[in-house]
Design a protein around this ligand. Sequence first.
Ligand SMILES: Cc1ncc(COP(=O)(O)O)c(C=O)c1O
Length: 451
Amino acid sequence: MDDILQDAAVRALAYLDGLDRRDVAPSTKALAALSELAAPFPQQGEAADDILAKLDRLGSPATIASAGPRYFGFVTGGSLPVALAANWLAGAWDQNAFSTTSSPLGAALEMNCLEWLRDIFGFPDAAGGAFVTGATMANFTALAAARHAVLAQVGWNVERDGLFGAPPITVLIGDEGHAAMLKAVRMLGLGEGRVQRLAVDGQGAIRADALPLIKGPTILCLQAGNVNSGAFDPAVELIPAAQDAGAWVHVDGAFGIWAKAAPERAALAAGYELADSLAVDGHKWLNVPYDSGVTLVRDPGSLHAAMSISAAYLPDADTREPYDYTPECSRRMRAVEIWAALASLGRVGLAELIETCCRHATMIAEGLAAAGFEILNDVRLNQVMVSFGGDSVTERIIAGVQADGTAWCGGTVWHGRAAMRISFSSHATKDADVAKTLAAILRVAGSNSGG
Ligand SMILES: Cc1ncc(COP(=O)(O)O)c(C=O)c1O
């Protein structure tokens, strides 16, 4: 055991050490070498050190260097060193965070994290929560609680009787709601096609006057941080109005809600503390390793009703049993990295992490604008969209930047136009990386500007 774990640590450290020097995207040679993995299931197992050596030889060069300082694709956080270290230790512990019995430590860490997260996001002390794989499952978990609550209000027990013959639920989502939100709706039997889409402004935020008359069981899903523009739906106006009409208000705050933790950005996320439920990622802006997401629910009873299980071998619990709040039963101890990250950052470090990413977004947007390129969004958070002219030019430049290897930026479509999307979400990115990335983009743009 000692040898193989030492070997893994040495290889992992060498990998991390090399991140800054290698191309962000893997080479075609490294990707082609992955064909070596496609071998038949071996009759006899191989030696552990050979397996690790093979994984490192084939795997490490074939990774996307998203743990490094110049990966700006999707919304991808790095891993804080302490969060990665906690992840390694937790791997050795191999706890089943299912219950207080299977892992008292896991349950205690969840309790502590919930307290800190309620504090950060302004949720009341009594709010409940669950530690899941990411924002998609956090949205799903919260919507299950919402589905319970809005149907219970009209006397329907959805856990017992299902949706067959149930009073209809109206689900309201902005026109720019994330696809993951719609997936959660689908998985809960609420029907993506039945969702009422609400009109948005030029940044993709729901218009404050777009709320329809709310009647009957209704769930309003807001978004704190549009995946393209970073825009926030107007919570201050929409949440009280919807709640007064009896709706449950859920917030998909996958990355954007962390703005609340940075005093200079907190105004963007004003009012979200009033929501009935919130989904947030750990693996994006908190910079913990994949996979990690959290659901917070103002009324823990609704979450409990949606997720609890009972079985003869389970105690009648007075304490908070994790399995009563999550879709999964057995699962890894995700709270450990969140706990380590928050403990090491503290309020000041967390604010700095968020603020620095936002500052980097502004830096690159200003540099690109100064070079004559069009920034397509109001850069108020960590997301930047830029057009280099026509769609084909923009697409060529995106591909060119990815091939150049200095940095990695993805593409998107915004208001019908192709755009490069640059997301600043990692602690590893320093000012010099922003400068290097800007120079690389301008270099590629300079040699691709025709057509
Ligand atoms: C607003 C929003 N919601 C949900 C998701 C999905 O998150 P995850 O991939 O962690 O499930 C994302 C991912 O970028 C997002 O930006």
